[in-house]
Design a protein. Sequence first.
Length: 230
Amino acid sequence: MYKKLKQECYQANMQLNALNLVVYTFGNVSAVDRERGVFAIKPSGVPYEDLKVEDMVIVDFDNNIIEGSLRPSSDTKTHAYLYKNWPKIGGVAHTHATYSVAWAQSQRDIPIFGTTHADHLTSDIPCAAPMADSLIEGNYEHNTGIQILDCFKDKKLSYEEVEMVLIGNHGPFAWGTTAAKAVYNSKVLEVVAEMAYLTLQINPNAARLKDSLIKKHYERKHGKDSYYGQ
């Protein structure tokens, strides 16, 4: 029943590794089946070189294991919370990629400095405030999902337009309509994070990209008359 879903999840996790977005077992991707109300996710603590399709764990949105003999990722409750609250996402990815984590540890949004960033979104990449002590002491991974949604509510952002976030002092999460798109967005986030870091090293007073260029680059790729692709 879940063979196709497990295959999608497995391939996305292997791509995360191939793109050098993870070290050892740090990272995970999930893929959702909305009709059945379940998602597949990487098992906890299994090295990528040992990972197999059948190792993917099937979990429902209430974190019950439906199929699988291994423990699901420790971040499963965060994935479940996002799926439960954001009905149009099909995949979620979490990494500890270097530059993304560095920005998260700095507790800073990533400014939109250039057109590479604007090709994907029109706003700075948000960094959620560090988690409150009361949430840390509670259901931590579930509360990470609350932390993400609170950030988007506070900053008045749409999860369909901004498909990535930094968790203050922690690291990045990304999502998309599929697990493969979530991985793609994770790589985009890491590249943009590195570019922004280098920009500030060269010019600490670098200006934000002007609105006309943001609009042009985003709309030529995502607007109703889009024409750009690489």
